[in-house]
Every structure is written in C-alpha cells, then in structure tokens.
Design a protein around this ligand. Structure first.
Ligand code: KG4
Ligand code: ZN
Length: 338
C-alpha cells in the first residue's frame, strides 16, 4: 500500500510517502520567516505553504520513484492547527485524490504525533501511556488500540512548547524557544531560582501560564527589564525554568503510571526533542519497568510520515471520508480521542 500524506498545520510543510509501512520520503520544509516576528504569523504561514507544496509533492514522488497512479491513499492533516495553513494542505490533498480517483483520509494532528512511535524500529505496545507535548498541545493519553484513545489530562492554559517559546522571547533568546532554552541551559545548575508550576484541579491536567508570569515578574523585579539581565544569569534562569516545566510533565505522567496498568510509555511532539525530558522519561520507564518509545528527532517535530502512518491505520480500520470533509482548527471537532 502506497500512502502520500501532507502536513501543513503550522510552520512546517511536509510531504511523505509510505510504502507498505516503509518511509520512502519524508520531506520537511520549515518556514524561517517567522523568526523575525518571534512567533508564527498565520497569514505568512499559509502563503509559504502555498508556495512550496506543489514542488515538495513532486519531489517526494520523484525521490520515492512512485508514479501518481501507484498511490493507494492520499491524506492530509485536517486539524487542529492554523486554519489557513491547514486548508492549503487539505485542499491540495483532496484535489489530488479527486483527480486520481483515489481515496482520501483526513488525519488529526495530535493522533499523528501520538502514533509517531510506530515509525521507529522499537514500537509501543498497547495499552500505552503517551505524553504529547508540542507548541500547541500538552496531552496525557491512554492509548488502548488504534481507535480507542482516552484523554486523561490536558493543559488548562498554555502548552508546554508555548511556555518555552514565550519565555525564550521574554529572555531575548529568539524563536523557536525550546531548542534555544535547552542550549542556554546546557550544563548549568538548576537551583538558581525556584519557579513554581501551578497545580491544577484535574488529576492529570497541566498549567504553564503561571510559570511564564513568574519568569516575567522575576526579571522585572531583579533587573528591571530583559536587556539588563547579566549574561551569566541568562543560562541559570533558562535552566531553572526548563527544570520546572520538565518536573511538572514528569510528575503527572508518573501519577498516571501509578493508576493505569500499561505496557509502554511514549513521548511525542516537538517538545519530546528536549534532552532533559527524554532523560527523565528514561528514568521513569526504568523505575516502572516499562518499555519506552520516543521518536527520533526527525519524527518529534511536525512531519508527514506520522500523518501517512495514521491515515493508513484509520483507512484499514474501515473509516471512509468524502471530499466535503473540512479543516478544523481545534481538537474536539475531529478526533478518535475521547
Ligand atoms: O510538534 P511541533 O513541531 O509543532 C506543533 O505542533 O506545535 O512542536 C513545536 C514546539 C515548539 O514550541 C518548540 O519550541 C518546541 O516544540 N521544541 C522544544 C524543543 N525542540 C522543539 N521544546 C523544548 N526543548 C526542545 N529541544
Ligand atoms: Zn505538532
């Protein structure tokens, strides 16, 4: 089975071709334009997707040596994400599928991340507990099968990646914040300041807007503003912040591990690239004697290979869609996650 998938929910345009489960192409084009604005500008994102999508699809087909007629399934991310950005990939995919008279399957972006561990040689085993942490989402999920997914916890405000991005901007480090904060925090002590992470009512819920405010208040109180932070303090603030966010993520995951009997643990989404978080998850898996699956860096961030994998599973489970299917900007509109 040959699947072509498109991912365009945010600031990466990606096209992938999966042939009998093997990745023949996974092209990712990242939009650098947003760096100067310190965050993703939706209109610029849509335009950039439009410019690159056609050449990227062509290249994926050429690289894979797959002809249009040999494709069995066409797919695209349908949500959640930026509506204009989603519409570019989804509309292209629907048009392509229609012109070739091939089936089309829309994929939920979170589900793409959630199952991305299956792109690795070592795969998760059902039931598994998964933490999906990205720029837009922080979800703790219990995955019982391909079509039974239970949401245990969610962020009540900012996503973990969003906190990294906002604090990075506040500290003058730039965008995207996660890798820059990680770099600044490298080999630094983590007890310079204790940034508290708010506790939530929900047993497995998260909250990250408070910590962002704590960093802001600390900077204002100690230095007046960002430009006056002494160069030697910047890495210490970054390390203290990173430690607190990771601690909150690990604590809730540990709580869920005590409650649910699972076979594996998985970590997915852009923030899963974080070294400290990966190390802490390795420790958790060790303590609870569970198999741990974290995608390689290429598959942590947004990519179409995870969309192709998910599309095939949804299709094989018997789900069919017509071309009237539309893009949805939020999680609840379209999902197998209950
Ligand atoms: O999954 P993703 O590529 O896009 C979304 O669906 O949001 O995730 C992007 C997010 C950004 O917030 C970025 O700062 C964060 O992932 N990120 C990281 C790291 N690398 C990327 N956060 C912490 N540490 C990292 N090394
Ligand atoms: Zn994502």
């Amino acid at each position: 089975m040959n699947v072509l998938a498109i991912e365009s929910s945010c600031d990466e345009t990606s096209v992938s071709i999966l042939s009998n489960g093997k990745i023949l192409a996974n092209l990712v084009s990242s939009q650098d334009i947003h760096k100067i604005y310190g965050g993703v500008v939706p209109e610029l994102s849509s335009r950039a997707h439009l410019q690159i999508i056609m050449p990227l699809v062509r290249r994926a087909l050429v690289d894979s040596k797959i002809e249009n007629e040999k494709l069995d399934l066409i797919s695209a991310t349908a949500g959640p994400g930026l509506i204009g950005a989603l519409l570019v990939g989804l509309t292209f995919a629907k048009g392509f599928a229609y012109s070739l008279n091939k089936p089309f399957v829309p994929v939920n972006h979170i589900e793409g991340h959630l199952f991305s561990g299956f792109l690795m040689d070592e795969k998760p085993e059902f039931p598994y507990l998964s933490l999906v942490v990205s720029g837009g989402h922080t979800l703790l999920l219990l995955v019982k099968s391909d079509t039974e997914i239970i949401k245990l916890g969610n962020t009540i405000d900012d996503a973990a990646g969003e906190a990294f991005d906002k604090v990075s901007k506040l500290l003058g480090l730039g965008y995207p914040g996660g890798p820059l904060i990680q770099q600044a925090a490298k080999n630094q002590r983590t007890d310079f300041i204790n940034f508290p992470v708010s506790q939530c009512k929900g047993e497995f819920d998260f909250s990250f807007s408070g910590i962002k405010t704590s960093v802001l208040r600390f900077v204002q109180k100690e230095y007046g503003d960002t430009s006056k932070i002494p160069a030697e303090h910047l890495p210490l603030i970054a390390a203290s912040f990173q430690k607190s966010v990771v601690k909150a993520l690990v604590e809730k995951t540990e709580r869920a591990l005590k409650k649910y009997d699972v076979n594996s643990i998985s970590l997915a989404g852009g923030v899963a690239a974080n070294k400290l978080l990966r190390e802490e998850f390795a420790g958790l898996a060790n303590r609870f004697n569970k198999k741990l699956v974290i995608p390689s860096f290429e598959f942590c961030g947004d990519n179409a290979a995870m969309i192709a994998y998910r599309a095939q599973k949804v299709y094989e489970a018997g789900y069919r869609y017509d071309f009237s299917f539309n893009a949805y900007p939020s999680l609840n509109d379209y999902s197998f996650i209950k």
